[in-house]
Design a protein around this ligand. Structure first.
Ligand code: IVH
Length: 668
């Protein structure tokens, strides 16, 4: 490209990509394919890397975040972030309306909005560009989370049109949609991390993450409901929100004007159940006086405005009868009690089961069979039992006693000290554990076996054709094709995919084995460090915990796995079948210990290699990637556009700053 065309193309690409983002994340109406989007993004990334002079923090390329550690700076809110007074009944709402009418004779309208249950954020825009994003904090000071907020794709970094005030603030709620919440918790469970209690905690936890790359991966969303500033377009709150919508903000489509309190109450009734159909959590309705003039006249108390009130829905509760408790055994052997209930209508759906989580919960509820129990739908999708009506209990009712033996294989259950869950230790003889392990093994992120699914695994298992993951590789075409609903075609597909899985890289194979606490990330770290299965098998607790990021719990689980002779045998068989049990030749050839003992921090953008590739090179050469500068850091590998504060800190601590070329020379 001719040099003079470069800035033009960069501007053009930024505008196109932002528009595509807007269509996808704000309007939920994608206009191009993912591939097309990715290609344009790659083109922009390349141009920006080659022309660092055109760096712009608001470029769509900057939405990927970084994993640099940073303390959040405390920033004073330009306008304090007040909270809302709450109400729980229609009567309280009528009181609220009366109070306002006592203060004014003026005719006015209300605006009703959904009360989104996430974490609040205040954004400052200057000349149409996102300038700062601040959390609520204590209402006066909040945390500067701009770097994290930049990664949220439905938040505009650059506004559309030109009719916005030069400076303004907009406030809204950052949310984690239910589907994404479930996905993250599932991933955390696999990695042995603590689960988020509900989408709200997950959203606020994510927003406060020290790594903006983590924020970028989790698909946060945001709705905006409050515009503040000197020169707002209109006297109407709703009219201002509509203007904000035209500038690119995501505004709830469910906001409505109401002429009086009766209409407000009708709105509240309408959303009582309908809100459960939304992809995000809501816990009430916010009622606001529409006119800003009147808002100002009514004013605020120290804590909350007089012109607005929240109506909180009571958590939907229903009473029903506990019929029985059944127990489910998962892939890892964890036993989960589930309450079977007399079907009851709750928040628009019929509930027949509720999770009881573990033995402690049953004990604390003092649950008896036949009890009248209260079920509630909280932020979580699966309802829970929140209480028991002991007064109506039959005197002869028998208490629910947690089972002593596995419901599937009769083995005595164990409970490790400090853990809430009971486990069935019969790892290789308990059907749901065996099947669960196989399902995990064939999964997309593991061996990715096409054509095999839960049902086929079930069939193959009940026909006695497979007892462990290695047996999969002994399957013959006729054995599969004669199974119900399968035929020659499916059998061929399964065998072909199994055959191809011999090429699946070692890190995925290690993950696929389903060792407790060895999720995708841990598997990557272990394979990178220890190179082959033999070294991992032979590694002692000390050797394992000496690896950065491998803690005692993971190390113990790895040791336990390999001290079971059956597992060692299984791995021998998988080796014979030709699965990858060491890292590939190319990675092996690139390995050295040239950076052994060195801690390196990467910052900025680079010309020859991506940051991820550079990080990989550091690890392959025995070095350690660190995410924050300290006196223990040996080098700062600096690209272009590196932040001045980081440079300053490195200089202050006398940490040598090296370029990409210096680095490549070091490892060559
Ligand atoms: S208006 C001064 N509108 O609820 C008025 N808040 O309890 C400021 N919230 O901190 C808030 N949905 O995090 C407003 N449509 C909505 C809302 C909303 C959720 C949250 C917000 C606020 C809290 C107040």
């Amino acid at each position: 490209m001719a040099t003079e065309n470069i800035p033009q193309r960069i501007t053009e690409l930024r505008a196109i990509l932002e528009e595509y983002n807007y269509n996808y994340y704000v309007l939920s109406q994608p206009v191009v394919s993912d591939i097309e989007f990715d290609m344009l993004m790659k083109e922009l990334e390349k141009l920006e890397a080659e022309n660092p002079g055109f760096f712009d923090p608001n470029s769509p390329t900057q939405r990927v975040g970084s994993d640099l550690n940073k303390e959040f700076e405390q920033v004073r809110h330009q306008y304090p972030m007040l909270s809302l007074s709450n109400s729980y009944s229609e009567e309280e709402l009528r009181d609220f309306d009366q109070k306002i009418r006592k203060l004014t004779d003026q005719k006015f309208e209300y605006v009703c909005e959904l009360k989104y249950d996430g974490t609040s954020i205040s954004l400052r825009y200057k000349n149409g560009m996102l300038n700062k994003a601040i959390t609520r904090g204590d209402g006066t000071f909040g945390d500067d989370v701009t770097a994290n907020v930049r990664t949220i794709k439905s938040i505009p970094l650059k506004l559309k049109r030109t009719d916005f005030p030069e400076e303004f603030e907009i406030r809204g709620e950052i949310l984690l949609p239910f589907a994404e919440f479930e996905r993250i918790n599932q991933e955390r469970e696999e990695e042995g991390e603590a689960l988020f209690a509900n989408p709200r905690n997950a959203a606020s936890g994510t927003l406060k993450s020290q790594k903006s790359s983590v924020v970028a991966e989790r698909k946060l969303d945001a709705y905006f409901y409050f515009l503040l500033g000197e020169n707002l377009p209109d006297d109407g709150h709703l009219e201002n929100l509509q203007a904000a919508k035209s500038w690119g903000f995501k505004i709830s489509p469910d906001t409505e004007k109401c002429a009086n309190i009766d209409e407000v109450i009708a709105f509240i009734r309408k959303w009582n159940l309908k809100r459960f159909d939304l992809p995000v959590a809501t816990d009430g309705i916010v009622i606001k006086v529409n006119s800003l003039n009147l808002q100002q006249y009514l004013g605020s108390t120290a804590k909350s405005p007089r012109w607005a009130i929240a109506y909180k829905y009571k958590a939907e509760q229903a009473a029903t009868t506990l019929l029985s408790v059944s127990y489910q055994v998962g892939r890892t052997g964890a036993v989960t009690p589930v309450a079977n209930l007399e079907p009851v209508l709750l928040a628009g759906t019929t509930v027949k089961r509720a999770s009881l989580h573990n033995a402690d919960i049953i004990k604390n509820l003092d649950l008896h069979l036949g009890d009248t129990v209260y079920v509630e739908k909280g932020g979580e999708i699966i309802p829970k039992i929140t209480g028991v009506d002991a007064s109506s209990r039959h005197p002869m009712a028998s208490p629910v006693v947690f089972i002593k033996n596995c419901p599937e294989c009769e083995t005595a259950l164990i409970r490790n000290e400090g853990e809430a869950a009971h486990y069935c230790p019969n790892e290789d003889g308990c059907p749901p554990q065996i099947k669960g392990k196989m399902e995990h093994f064939i999964g997309r992120k593991a061996m990715n076996i096409d054509g095999l699914g839960t049902e086929t695994i079930d069939l193959l298992y009940s026909e006695g054709l497979i007892r462990n993951i290695a047996d999969l590789y002994d399957l013959q075409k006729e054995q599969i094709s004669r199974l119900e609903r399968l035929g020659d075609k499916s059998a061929e597909r399964i065998l072909k995919s199994l055959d191809e899985s011999r090429m699946v890289p070692f890190e995925k194979v290690l993950f696929a084995l389903g060792i407790r606490f060895v999720g995708e990330t841990v598997a990557k770290i272990l394979t990178n460090r220890l190179i082959n299965i033999e070294t991992i098998e032979a590694a002692s607790l000390e050797e394992l915990t000496a690896i950065d990021e491998i803690g005692g719990r993971i190390a113990e689980s790895v040791r336990a796995y390999f001290s079971n002779p059956k597992n060692v045998q299984l791995i021998e068989r998988l080796k014979e079948k030709g699965l990858q049990m060491q890292i590939d030749e190319a990675s092996l050839a690139n390995r050295s210990d040239k950076l052994s003992g060195l801690s390196i921090i990467i910052s900025g953008t680079f010309e020859k290699n991506s940051r991820d590739d550079l990080k990989k090179m550091i690890e392959q050469n025995g070095g350690k990637n660190v995410s924050s500068i300290s006196k223990n850091t040996n080098y700062l590998l600096a690209g272009s556009n590196i932040g001045p504060s980081k440079l300053e800190k490195a200089e202050k601590l006398n940490i040598p700053i090296i370029s990409e070329d210096d680095f490549l020379k070091m490892i060559d």
